[in-house]
Design a protein around this ligand. Sequence first.
Ligand code: MCN
Length: 838
Amino acid sequence: MTVTEDPPTTTAVIGTRRLRREDPALLTGEGRFTADLSIPGALHLALARSPYAHARITSIDATAAAALPGVVAVYTGADLADAWAAPMPCAWPVTEDMKNPAHYPLAVSKVAYVGDGVAAVVATSESAARDAVEAIDVQYEPLAAVIDLEEALRDEVVIHDELGTNISYTWALKVEGEAGAVDRAFAAAAHTVNERYVQQRLLPMAMEPRAVAAVPQPFGGDITLYSATQIPHILKVMTAITLGIPEHQVRVVAPAVGGGFGSKLNVYAEELLCMALSRKHHVPVRWNETRSENAQATIHGRGQIQNIELAADEDGKLTAVRVRLIGDMGAYLQLVTPGVPLLGGFLYAGVYELPAAYDFECTSVFTTMTPTDAYRGAGRPEATYAIERAMDSLAADMGIDPLELRRRNFIPKEAYPYTAWSGLVYDSGDHDLAATEAARLADYDGVRARQKTQNVAGAAKRLGIGVSSYFEMCGLAPSRVLASLNYSAGGWETATVRVLPTCKVQVVTGTAPHGQGHETSWSMIVADKLGISPDDIDVLHSDTAIAPMGLDTYGSRSLPVGGVAVAMACDKVIDKAKQIAAHQLEASADDLDFEGGAFTVKGSPDKTLPLAAIAFGAFTAHNLPDGLEPNLECQVTYDPPNFSWPFGTHICVVEVDTETGAVDVLQYVAVDDCGVQINPLIVEGQVHGGIVQGVAQALFEEAVYDHDGNLKTSTLAEYLVPAASDVPSLTLGHTETPSPTNQLGVKGVGEAGTIGAAPAVINAVVDALSGLGVRDVRMPASPLTVWNAINDAAASGDVDTPSDTAGTDVGDHEGVTARTTTGGGDESTGNDEEGSTS
Ligand code: MCN
C-alpha cells in the first residue's frame, strides 16, 4: 500500500496514462449516436403526455390528430392493450409483499405524473408526429397531487387505487449482536446525535437525451432495437418478455451513447412502443427525446428523507447507528427503483468500526412525480451523506475536530479483510492513509489556522473546511449476494479474447460503456497480458449480435467484473497457446515461460516462439497437438466472490458570504483509492466527473415541483447544471490498496467522486457557519438557502460560540462546550422554493 502521486509502474501498459481511443471520433463529430442513424422509411413516434400529476382519463379523441398530414396512426393505451405480454419490468422486488402497480407504456385510465404517456402518434416526420400530439383531445378529471413524502405516507390521497396505499414496501436491516443492543447502546451513550437530511430529487441530465429506433425484419419476425442505453443485454431479455417476442429474435444495439449516469439503466415506455409499433406497421419506428421530455419522462435520482441517529461513547467511538428513511419512488417502479435505498442501507456506518448494533428501516412511497431510479451512486451517496454529515454534528457536539473523530472510528487497516456487522466482508482499506494524504494536500492544519483569523465577528466571508470519508460498495456481483437481496438478475460478466490469424486481437465484452473508456482500458489489460500493442487490439461491445451474453455497465462494476473477465480470458488464451508452443518447440508446457508476447523454453533463450506464429498456426491447424481445437479464442464468464470496496477522503474548503449566502469553493481535494489503476487518466476523468455531480447536488441542482405536481425545472434555464466556471480546479491524489479478490487488484471508481463530494461540500459550508449557530444547511445550498440558514440561526439565538468572540468559533474547538444532543436536527433550513419535493 503506497501513497502515490505518480502513476504506478507495475507493468508496461497498465498504469500508464494512455489517451482514450474513444475520443477522436467523439471530438470530431464522427461518433454515431442513435439519433444520427440513417434509417430509410422510418416512421416517427411522439407521445401525448399528461399535463396533470394525478388525474383520471375521461376521454381521448384523436380524430383531428389522425387526419393531419403525415399522420399514419394514433394509439391510446386501450388500443395497445394486446401489444404487451407483461407490464413494464421491475427487476428488484425487495420484499415479497412489495406493492407494484401494473405499469404499461401508455396509461389507460389514470395518469400518475406530469409526463405520463397517454397516446402515441406515428407519422412520417418528427414534426408531423409532434404537431399531431397537440391535436389530440384528452379530457381529464384532475385529482390531488402528492409531492410530499410524509403526506404520501399518510395515504390521504391514494395514487394507485388498486393498491389501497401509497406505501410500496418497508425494508429493514436490523443487526444486533444481542437482542436490544441498539436500544441499550443509545441508553448508555455518552453522546448521541439525531439528524434529519433531505436528499433532493435530481435530474441525471446526460448530455445525449434518450433516442430509440426499432427496425423490424420483413420476414421471420426478427427485430433490432437501437437505443441510447447502458444495458443492451438486459434490455434484450426484458423487451422480449414484455412484448412476448422470442428472445433470439431480438437484437439490441447501443450505438455511441452520450452518458447515462444511471438514467439509461432502464426499460422505457418509448423503447417498447417503438418496438410494438414497428411490428404493427412493418416499418422502422424511431423516437428522439427532447430536453424537456428528458427532464419529465426519464427517471430522476435521489429523493429521500433521512433520519439518522448515532450513539457514541465518551471518546466518540460509534456504538450504534439507527436510520429511518422515506424513499420517493415516484409514480411507478421502474427497473431497479426499489433497490436504490436498499443499496445504501448497508453503508450508514460508513468506513467506521461498529459493533453489531445497526438498525435501518426504509419505507418507500409512491408520489405523483416522475419515477426515480438509480442515479450515479444509487443509494450510496445518500448513505454517505447522512453518516458523514452526522459525524460532523457529533464532532461539533463533542468539541473535537471532525477529522480526529473520523480517525478514532476508522476501521484499522490491520483489520482487513474486515467482516462488518452486516456480515459483508470489506476487501481492503487504509482509511487513515487516505485521510492523512487528503489533509496534507489540502493543508488542513493551515486552513484551520486561517479560520481563526478570518472568521471573526462580522466577517463578511467565513472560511469552512469539510471532510468526507467514504466507501463505495460497488462492482455489482456476486450473483448469490444479489439473490439474497431479492435482485432478479445475476452479477457475472463475460469476455471473449479472440486472437486473429495475423495476431490482431478482438475482445468481446458484455460491458456497455457510455463514456467510461472501456475500449481503452480493456485493450490495455489485454496488451499487458498478451505482450502486444494496445493498438493491435479491438474491443467489441454493446451489440447483442456480437456480444450475446453480458450484464452491462452500472454500479462501477465494469472493471472489477468485466475487466477482470477480460484478464481471465487472456489467461485461457495463454494456456491454450502454451500447449501449441510446447508441441511445436518439443518441450514440456511446464518448461515454458511466456513474456513479451513469446514463449521461451526455460534456460534455452534461443528456443522461442512468438504468439504471432502460434496464432497463425492455430488458424491453419496444420500442426496442433492431438485433440486441440483450432483457433485461439477463449471465453470466460466471471462471477466475483465479493463486491469491491473503493474508499477515500475528500476535503473541501469554502468561503461563505454572510451577506448574500453565496458559497465559493476555494479548494477541493480528493484522495481516492480504487486499488490498482488500469489507466490513471481515465480514473481522474471519472473522479472529476463524479465530484462535479456531487458538488452539483450540494450547491446547485434540484428537481423542484409545485404543489400541483408540475416540474418547474424542466429546462436547463431552471435546472442548474453547473458550468465549468462554477467548479474549482480539483486537486486529486490517490492511495493504492489493491483488492485481494481479483487478479488485477482493481476496484471500481465510476461513482466514487459523487459519493464523496456532497457531504464534503456541505460539511464545509456548515463548518464556515457553525460559529453563527448554523447546524445544517439543506441541499442545494443555494445563496438563498444559506442566507436563510444564517438568519434563522440568528433569529433562534442558537449560537454555540458567539460570533463576536474572535478565534473561538469555527475551527477552535477548545472554545466549544461539549454537549450531548438528543433532539432532532435543524429542519428550519428547507429550500424556499414553492412545493419542493420533500
Ligand atoms: N478504471 C481504471 N482503474 C480502476 C478503476 C477504474 O482504470 N482501478 C477505469 C476503468 O477501466 C473504466 C473506468 O475507469 O474505463 C470506469 O470503470 P468502473 O469504475 O468499473 O465503472 P463502470 O465502467 O462500470 O462505469 C459505471 C459508472 C457509473 S455506475 C456511472 S453512474 C457513471 C460512471 O461510471 N456514468 C458515467 N462514469 C460515467 N462516465 C461517463 N462519461 N458517463 C457516464 O454516464
